[in-house]
Design a protein around this ligand. Structure first.
Ligand code: TRP
Length: 339
């Protein structure tokens, strides 16, 4: 497993399901890292609209209406389309074709064992109505990664099982071919620890209302900070308070530029005499400052939808060529290259 950026130039592929706006968790966990990777590496970001449909086919507008928002989120945080190729999964037919070929070398049992998919199936309560596309999305994700010949995949730790399954598929195809046709990839985990949800309890999820979106208004930021989980035993200002598990401090650690100041605040809180109202006020000011420029850029980009579409179209055209090339190689492995 790689935890730091390799010095040699790597082919990087990463992506996000288009199922809603991106939030601070994405920012800390992956977007900041992508911005720094784009200078030294050959980076492609895939807006995974087809993967978004695997559990939203009953409500496809949730996906279609998210696509341009996600692109605006990328640009607003500093992804530069001249350095990073941004493309749209549904515009790359080679990905769907590769998924079909790979499906034949993956067992249903193996899919059912994928821990991330397993817990998603449980939490979404699919039972007998589990869409086949959802169970098999790791295969489609393997197609995404291999179609670009990616060697490095920046992801959160919940995506590690996808990388593992991708590499199993790579080894199967290579062993069928008797030569290395596809490359294995490595995950690149961010050094930042996972940002907790504002309620401190659950995984961040838009439907739970426990996230702060990159496009959050001043009012939304303020409401979210005010409702943040702190130390439930810290009842009076004079009481000593707990910093561990206190979401306000976790966010201050992640976003406040003055580390020394935050450490003084923590000590003060622990010895007593610092109220939650005050720490929340400090955090709110800090987040307002971080998010204001992002929100403004995001709004500006969303005003020019044609420009966003052009960026996706240009990125998808470049990617179509790359992915078609890999598709031909995989078809040849199965002898399907008569013409
Ligand atoms: N599964 C990823 C997510 O839920 C999105 C994704 C799709 C992805 N294809 C990918 C991530 C390829 C990395 C590489 O956000």
């Amino acid at each position: 497993m790689t935890n730091q950026t390799n010095t040699e130039r790597q082919v990087i592929l990463t992506g996000d399901r288009a199922t809603g706006p991106l939030h601070l968790g994405h920012y800390v966990g992956s977007l900041k890292q992508r911005v720094s990777l784009q200078d030294e590496h050959d980076q492609t970001i895939l807006v995974a609209d087809m993967q978004g449909l695997t559990d939203n086919a009953h409500n496809p507008s949730k996906v279609s209406s998210s696509i341009l928002n996600v692109v605006a989120d990328y640009l607003a945080v500093g992804i530069d389309p001249r350095k990073t190729t941004v493309c749209l999964q549904s515009q790359l037919p080679a990905l769907a074709e590769l998924t079909m070929y790979y499906s034949n070398v993956v067992t249903v049992t193996r899919l059912e064992r994928n821990p991330t998919v397993k817990s998603e199936i449980k939490s979404k309560g699919f039972e007998r109505s589990l869409p086949a596309g959802f169970l098999t999305y790791p295969i489609s994700q393997a197609a995404d990664i291999t179609a670009f010949n990616a060697t490095l995949v920046p992801v959160g730790d919940d995506q590690l099982p996808m990388i593992e399954q991708t590499n199993e598929i790579v080894r199967k195809i290579n062993s069928l071919a008797g030569k290395p046709v596809l490359k294995e990839c490595k995950p690149l985990l961010s050094n930042a620890s996972r940002l907790p949800s504002t309620d401190g309890k659950n995984k961040m999820s838009k439907s739970m209302g426990n996230t702060i979106n990159l496009g959050a208004t001043e009012k939304e930021i303020s409401t979210a900070v005010r409702s943040m989980y702190t130390d439930p035993d810290h009842l009076k200002v004079e009481d000593p308070g707990k910093v561990e598990g206190n979401v306000v401090f976790t966010y201050l650690d992640a976003f406040h530029p003055d580390i020394k100041y935050v450490s003084q605040l923590k000590k003060h809180y622990q010895r007593g005499g610092l109220g939650d109202g005050t720490t929340k006020k400090i955090l709110e000011e800090c987040l307002q400052e971080v998010l204001k420029p992002i929100r403004e850029r995001r709004e500006k980009y969303l005003k020019d939808k044609a420009q966003l579409i052009d960026i996706l179209r240009a990125g998808s055209e470049i990617s179509r060529e790359k992915t078609n090339d890999i598709l031909l190689r995989v078809k040849s492995v199965f002898g399907l290259n008569l013409f």
